[in-house]
Design a protein around this ligand. Structure first.
Ligand code: PMP
Ligand code: GLN
Length: 409
């Protein structure tokens, strides 16, 4: 058995959603929207099945979608892309990430990643042989410690991984931060893997800038996008990548043996979406901002301290004042390991209730589900007083969560 994977616990998203269902709590944990994407895309997907688009498409993806990805890149970020040699369609961004680690990394390569990070990165990077060098974003606004970042680069560093807008914090990397990352990549001849699945989920006043759009970065960056986020179709599992052919080619080789290809009916629908439903994805940022404000108003009234953010659909709250001292484990499970930190359980965290215990208790007793943040950290001594609320939900659900919290806390 593979040592890493046989010891991995189930991802925190699955665990918390299951617990939420068992206890019929309001699930503000796992990130999936209540409102679905455009009708036109559903129609195209179903019509494509009746139009005999049911056999293997090219392993690279259908030309319509690859052309749409190239046009979208040019239109939204000013990054020119040759659809024929610089695009790939993947089974969600998750498979794109896995293929990227497998295709780009040699055992022993160091990869700099910002802590906290989305949970799939760690295990897939490690399985590819990478050594992860975490650089911790600074609270409360998850800013990049530029001197620590520069100091993290060593002779074995191959790649910097960046996720903006960021999960779990909702942080949007600023231009000076991006410029500093680009300068390091150029100085040390590094490549960058850019997870931009939340590229359109940005509030007014903030702007998503792709690292790949900065001078000198086109040849160094691979970008990832997702129909789950851009069109709120998380179950479709359609993602896309773009990047220079020299980087994309080994990723394509990994992709061809991991999944080979992606359902063509869904690809056709996503091609239509990227070409013709810009109004939908451009409206996501403002509508999410309003939802965030709604949830913020409920939480602030209850005494949660909220960390700032400018995008995605996550809100991180400091729950220190609600943690119960002396309650290492509240009796729901002997251990509750997180997916990022295999083997870590509540008992290794600080004495007293931590974010994991709190999130469990809140689901079971309070009827509201969140995601504890400590498991998104790779470095030592993660914060254990932060939980993530996902607010891409119906307003009624956000209000119901507020009422339940008011009654419970
Ligand atoms: N990257 C980040 C930062 C995510 O939050 C997610 C999860 N939804 C993914 C990648 C995976 O996206 P997909 O559902 O398209 O596989
Ligand atoms: N990205 C989603 C989140 O952060 C979850 C995706 C998943 O469950 N794999 O909530």
């Amino acid at each position: 058995l593979n040592e890493l994977f046989s010891s991995l616990p189930t991802t925190i998203f699955e665990v918390m959603s299951k617990l939420a269902m068992e206890h019929q709590s309001v699930n503000l944990g796992q990130g999936f929207p209540d409102a679905e994407g455009p009708e036109s895309m559903k129609k195209i997907a179903s019509a494509a099945m009746y139009d005999f688009h049911n056999q293997y498409p090219s392993l690279l993806g259908v030309p319509e979608l690859r052309q749409a990805v190239a046009k979208h890149s040019e239109r939204e970020q000013g990054i020119p892309v040759d659809w024929a040699t610089e695009t790939l369609v993947t089974v969600g961004a998750t498979e794109g990430l896995a293929s990227a680690f497998l295709g780009l990394i040699n055992p022993g390569d160091e990869v700099i990643m910002f802590d906290p990070m989305y949970d799939s990165y760690t295990s897939m990077a490690k399985r590819s042989g990478a050594t992860i060098k975490p650089v911790r974003l600074r609270l409360p606004d998850f800013s990049v410690p530029l001197d620590e970042l520069a100091a993290a680069v060593g002779p074995a560093t191959k790649m910097i991984m960046i996720n903006t807008p960021h999960n779990p914090s909702g942080k949007v990397f600023t231009l000076p931060e991006l410029e500093a990352i680009a300068a390091l990549c150029i100085k040390h001849d590094l490549i960058a893997l850019c997870d931009e699945v939340y590229e359109h989920l940005v509030f007014r006043g903030a702007k998503h800038v792709s690292l790949r759009s900065l001078p000198g970065m086109e040849e160094r960056c691979v970008r990832l996008g997702s129909a789950g986020k851009t069109f709120s179709f998380t179950a479709w599992k359609v993602g896309w990548m773009s990047g220079p052919a020299r980087l994309l080619n080994p990723i394509i080789k990994a992709h061809q043996f991991l999944v080979f290809t992606v359902p063509s009916s869904l690809q056709r629908a996503v091609a239509h979406g990227l070409d013709s439903e810009a109004e939908f994805y451009h409206s996501l940022g403002p509508s999410l901002e309003a939802k965030r404000q709604l949830l913020e108003a409920q939480l602030e009234g209850l005494g949660f301290e909220l960390l700032p953010a400018h995008g995605a659909y996550f809100l991180v709250a400091d729950v220190s004042k609600f943690l119960r001292p002396g309650e290492d484990d509240v009796g729901f499970a002997p251990s509750f390991p997180s997916s990022c930190a295999p083997g870590r359980t509540t008992k290794f965290l600080r004495p007293g209730e931590d974010d994991v215990g709190f999130a469990k208790r809140l689901t079971v007793e309070g009827g509201v589900t969140t995601i504890p943040i400590s498991g998104f950290y790779v470095g030592p001594s993660p914060p254990t007083h932060l939980v993530r609320f996902c607010y891409c939900k119906e307003d009624a659900k956000l209000k119901a969560a507020g009422e339940r919290l008011r009654a419970y806390l």
